[in-house]
Design a protein around this ligand. Structure first.
Ligand code: SF4
Ligand code: SF4
Length: 348
């Protein structure tokens, strides 16, 4: 990022890429371990975005000793990438120790944050802990009554990241239902690229959790932002194109097997959108559970916009078919989590 730190940053980037490729090779060789896990160390958030059902304003952080047990268990299962989300993970007092534990278990470490609590010293401590990826979702250029995650507020945080971060930074902008000004996504994406960050764009559902085709200008902005982001993964682009057009997508969701969501209670869920399935304690989760879920179809798959689950599952698209869903579960319901869960792509 900053020119003065290039050699050091380059070494770290090379090491990260090697570990990524190791994760990809391992994923191709075996289907019996999770590729990517999203884990919540605290549900509390310092913001209160109007669309979000992923936070509260009171809960305590999960104790470090318990977080370390969970991370060790993910290590035993052979997880390649652990992404910390929330709530707001920067509010957890032992976040850096959690990141270090992820790395000690041999996994790549990512984090999704609203960025408000970032200061240079904290970025340095995230470097030292071994963070590999950080994502910030920016919803608009000017804050409004729905979201304070605006470029106006966060730009100074982006400058701090550009100067101090030794990890990859991904700035996610959003389009779709409830986004007042589609041009904002383009402004945010251009700023991200200008600062040397990765730029992605998420598409959010309407209020009933259903896909809605992008309008004319939204669709144009979507293509412009995607070109800026230089995404080149044909299968994933097809998924993105289908979402943008409001079309169903034909794919095999491997959630519960290759992609897990671990809530603050330590339960395994398919994803942030389908909590309660399978709803088994992580400590009791076994390779048999992974094998069962690998082959279980998900009825919510055709309208799903959970990008990280798509990214993860695409590695196994070519192999073993799935049997029909054991239970009918509804369409994904929370625009916030969909928008925030797009850290993936790091293994592409
Ligand atoms: S969208 Fe993110 S920042 Fe906003 S309330 Fe939810 S968890 Fe907090
Ligand atoms: S919402 Fe998407 S990621 Fe979650 S279980 Fe359904 S298809 Fe899979």
């Amino acid at each position: 990022m900053n020119e003065t730190v290039q050699p050091h940053a380059r070494r770290k980037a090379i090491s990260r890429h090697l570990r990524e490729w190791r994760g990809v090779a391992k994923a191709f060789l075996s289907t019996s371990h999770p590729i990517q896990v999203q884990i919540v160390p605290m549900r509390r958030c310092n913001l209160a975005c109007g669309y979000c059902n992923e936070y509260d304003n009171f809960s305590s952080p999960v104790a470090l000793v318990e977080m370390e047990r969970r991370i060790d268990k993910l290590g035993e299962l052979g997880t390649s990438l652990v992404t910390i989300s929330g709530g707001e993970p920067l509010m957890h007092p032992d976040l850096e120790k959690i990141i270090a534990r992820i790395r000690r278990n041999g996994a790549l470490a990512g984090m999704i944050t609203n960025g408000y609590l970032l200061v240079p010293e904290r970025i340095q401590s995230l470097n030292a802990a071994g963070l590999d990826y950080l994502q910030i979702s920016i919803d608009n250029v000017q804050p409004d009554e729905v979201s304070k995650k605006s470029l106006k507020v966060l730009d100074k945080k982006l400058l701090m990241l550009a100067e101090h971060a030794r990890f990859d930074v991904n700035i996610n902008s959003v389009l779709g239902s409830g986004v007042r000004n589609p041009e904002d996504a383009l402004i945010i994406a251009k700023r991200a690229v200008e600062l040397g960050f990765i730029s992605t764009v998420g598409i959010i559902h309407d209020g009933k959790g259903q896909l809605r085709p992008l309008t004319g200008r939204e669709a144009e902005v979507y293509q412009l932002v995607r070109r800026l982001g230089k995404r080149n993964f044909a299968r994933f682009n097809k998924f993105q194109d289908n979402i943008a057009a409001g079309r169903e997508h034909d794919w095999k969701c491997r959630a519960g097997a290759r992609y897990l969501y671990i809530c603050e209670e330590g339960l395994v869920h398919y994803c942030s959108q389908q909590r309660g399935y399978p709803g088994i304690s992580l400590h009791d989760y076994t390779v048999e559970d992974i094998r069962r879920e690998f082959e279980t179809g998900k009825s919510c798959a055709p309208l799903c916009t959970v990008a990280c689950a798509h990214y993860t599952s695409v590695l196994d698209q070519w192999r073993r078919p799935q049997h029909p869903p054991l239970v009918q579960i509804g369409a994904p319901a929370s625009p916030a989590a969909v928008e925030e869960a797009d850290l993936a792509g790091v293994l592409d």
